[in-house]
Design a protein around this ligand. Structure first.
Ligand code: PEP
Ligand code: MN
Length: 368
């Protein structure tokens, strides 16, 4: 269980943050005073965004790429606050960044995915945060390691940060995928179920890596009851010095927000609650039957194991396994189940079956 104490709900972080899901928007990087102020004014004019994000120090994969404008960008952010009333958020990766961000009144600090992956850096930053009352948002580490993410959140919480949130930005894909980072939704869901009070914000821009998929991912995040979105927005994305392919214009951001369906986590409607209850009862009963059937299957598997052992036959019967896969996939497809799902399920069941047979055979062998 994560040891996170006294987490403050998002809406209590600042006055006027409101009840609706929080939208954070702004360019990947601060590039010039004009770019920052134009983007911020266009975003503020939508009236739907409360927090303006931007990168001042950029962690780039290779040296020599645009590494951020540094300190002068913080002066532009002060200007943004003054002229638009938006709150500001920047990524910090070194204690000097925290020091400067605090000096220039940045409202929220976030820890980037690369930094979260390194407990030494996280601890150094958490130590520096002691006594500083600023909200901290912690992006997930690059690799899908929930414990590492929790560890980083715990380090800040132990340092006294109670206005704390997690940002889900997807995980590095080792295979080629259409998305830049694999969402692995089960990881933020697990985090939320381990710590109900922790706000989780989704960053669909870094998951997508491309403007095409951002809306779909944002909707999915809302459907999973996430608390907000961080969306990269630039007044002129094609000219952006970093992440040009994934930044929306403020106009595109507006369309995206307008089309988002915000569903409620619960409903007071009695009929709805009753129907939901009935459906959940059905699910419970089906799950129970599924578990019982799997247990029965394993009993039969053990019988087969004994039999194979008597006849000195190998556990893995490749042809039989291939036949199982093809027939079950065909059956599943006829019932509307995807090939991928049926295959994964069978692989899991088959692995357990082989394990059971191995155990049966070694027991028989040792009793001889
Ligand atoms: C960013 O938000 O611009 C960024 C660098 O993100 P991440 O740390 O998720 O890669
Ligand atoms: Mn970016």
């Amino acid at each position: 269980m994560p040891k996170l104490k006294n987490i403050v709900p998002l809406k209590k972080w600042f006055k006027g943050i409101g009840d609706s899901p929080l939208i954070i928007a702004g360019p990947c990087s601060a590039e010039s005073e004009t770019q920052i102020l134009t983007t911020a004014k266009q975003i503020a004019a939508l009236g739907k965004v409360k927090i303006f994000r931007t990168g001042i120090w950029k962690p780039r994969t290779r040296p020599g790429s645009f590494e951020g404008v540094g300190k002068q960008g913080l002066i532009w952010l002060q200007q943004v606050k003054k002229e638009t009333g938006l709150l500001t958020a920047v990524e910090v990766a070194r204690p000097e960044h925290i020091d400067l961000a605090v000096k220039y009144d940045v409202d929220i600090l976030w820890i980037g995915a690369r930094t979260t992956s390194n407990p030494f850096s996280v601890q150094e930053l958490a130590d520096y945060m002691k006594g500083i009352d600023k909200p901290v948002m912690v992006k997930n580490p690059i690799n899908p390691d929930l414990q590492l993410w929790i560890g980083a959140l715990e380090r800040f919480n132990k340092a006294g940060i109670e206005k704390l949130a997690a940002v889900h930005r997807g995980f590095y894909p080792f295979e080629k995928t259409t998305l830049r980072n694999i969402p692995k939704w089960e990881i933020p869901i697990e985090l939320k179920s381990l710590c109900h009070s922790l706000p989780i914000i989704c960053d669909p821009s870094h998951i997508a890596g491309n403007t095409e998929y951002i809306a779909e991912i944002a909707q999915k995040a809302f459907d999973l009851n996430m608390d907000g979105l961080m969306i990269e927005t630039h007044c002129n994305p094609t000219e952006a010095l970093s992440d040009a392919e994934q930044q929306l214009t403020p106009h595109q951001l507006n369309i995206l927000i307008e089309n988002l369906v915000v569903r409620k986590a619960t409903s007071d409607d009695e009929t709805f609650t009753n129907i939901l209850e009935t459906l959940r009862n059905r699910i419970d009963s089906i799950d129970q039957q599924m578990i019982e059937l799997l247990a029965q299957r394993m009993t039969v598997v053990e019988e087969i194991g004994k039999y194979k052992s008597q006849k000195q036959v190998t556990i893995l019967q490749l042809r039989r396994w291939e036949k199982i896969v093809t027939t079950r996939i065909k059956h599943g497809k006829a019932l509307g189940l995807s090939e991928e799902f049926v295959k994964k399920l069978l692989q899991l069941v088959h692995k357990e079956s082989i394990q059971r047979q191995t155990e049966v055979m070694s027991k028989i062998k040792s009793s001889k």
